[in-house]
Write a new protein. Sequence first.
Length: 260
Amino acid sequence: HNCISISRQLHNDGKIEFVNPCLKLIHYLKYIKENPVTVDKKKSCKYFNYMLMDELKKISHSCVGTKECYNTVISVQSSESNGIDICKGNIEEFNKVIFDKFNDLNSLYDIFYKFMNTEEKGGSTQCALGKTCSEQYYTHIKICDKNSNIGFCMALDKFKDGYNAYMRNGPTCEHVPRYLYSPFGTEKRRTFSISLITIFAMSTILFTFILGYTLYYGGKVILRNDLYEVSRDLKNNDNLKKNNSKNSPLNIQYHSSENS
């Protein structure tokens, strides 16, 4: 079994606690590999990068850094796992600010999907999830009036669209809003803000094309184009749902560049 071998390779003491995360990660990599027409490789590999970092934080391992751990996974592959090197060249170390924002979005979507898929429609469990979901959203958008965190706020704006579409015919719950407001304020202000962001993103593309990715981990600027963009439809894929309904991305879109 490949994942048993991979888990043992990642642990100095030969433990196999990485087996279940390994199965999930390899399934995701194969999905990227097998669906080149419908899946954006670059975006999906960035989400895989986050998934791998998240799983590695939960275990003790012998490799140094996410890239080395991924190379270990690749090196153990057999004919049954061809294609798991699909994200080679797209793996990097996200700093804490970036990683935490991925976590925030992932948590928000997890709660939202539980809210949508609770069997007890309109019951106390579903309504409690809806309340938590909307409260988390409004907590996150508080940073969106500071002309920074553009990618994160665009992702939240996309989440808002999905929530509002669902709630048009969604359950009626006390303390659960049927409409979430945009991180950019009113619709007119939102349109204006997104137009400015688009102009900014276009100039950023030119800048990063010339200079490459510019990272300054000393604490002032992280300039990355399309850093957090992740494909929208993976959680809706039936095959992926069977094995990975919780951790596959849907609509988690981190646009443009991030200043922190």
